[in-house]
Ligand binder design. Structure first.
Ligand code: THU
Length: 160
């Protein structure tokens, strides 16, 4: 039987259409873009997330001469949040990027980051709103990381 999935998301032309809390996360992600360590790719990514108590935790991509040893901005942010605030749910996460030229489209998290973000949705049973933008251009908002990872592997798949 053929089946089809719909992915719900919102798209905005202007960040003034967003709630001020989400605009703040984009601003903090932009600040992190400037702090990225990306000497090999030149592709700088910033991430900023808000915890349930309002705390903002940030990250930027960290590259390495041994390429696979580097880490994406989103995972730097969610791992930092979990390491420092292990009992606080993540409510929203913004991701922005810049390169040698401005990136004029929303940058979506890579597969490994989707999996890492999903872990914390399940841990806290709390959806994580994901706000995506490049340097400029449209903004995409998803109400849950599940929209970006419809077929998932979770602890419930493991028979231990
Ligand atoms: N990168 C991120 O930080 N997040 C993503 O979702 C995609 C890719 C980083 C990894 C690497 O440092 C650079 O962008 C190029 O892939």
């Amino acid at each position: 039987m053929d089946k089809k999935l719909d992915i719900p998301y919102q798209e905005y032309d202007d960040e003034m259409q967003l709630a001020s809390e989400d605009r703040e996360l984009l601003r903090r992600a932009d600040e992190m873009v400037d702090k990225a360590y990306a000497p090999y790719s030149g592709f700088r990514v910033g991430a900023a997330l808000r915890l349930e108590d309002g705390t903002i935790v940030t990250g930027s991509n960290q590259e390495n001469a041994a390429y696979p040893s580097g880490l994406c901005a989103e995972r730097v942010a969610v791992f930092s949040a979990s390491a420092n605030y292990p009992d606080k749910a993540i409510e929203a996460l913004a991701i922005t990027a810049n390169s040698k030229q401005a990136v004029n489209h929303p940058v979506a998290p890579c597969g490994a980051c989707r999996q890492a973000i999903l872990e914390y949705e399940h841990k806290f049973k709390h959806p994580i709103r994901v706000i995506l933008r490049g340097t400029t251009g449209k903004i995409v908002v998803l109400d849950s990381i599940q929209s970006l990872l419809p077929f998932q592997f979770t602890k419930d798949d493991m028979v231990l």
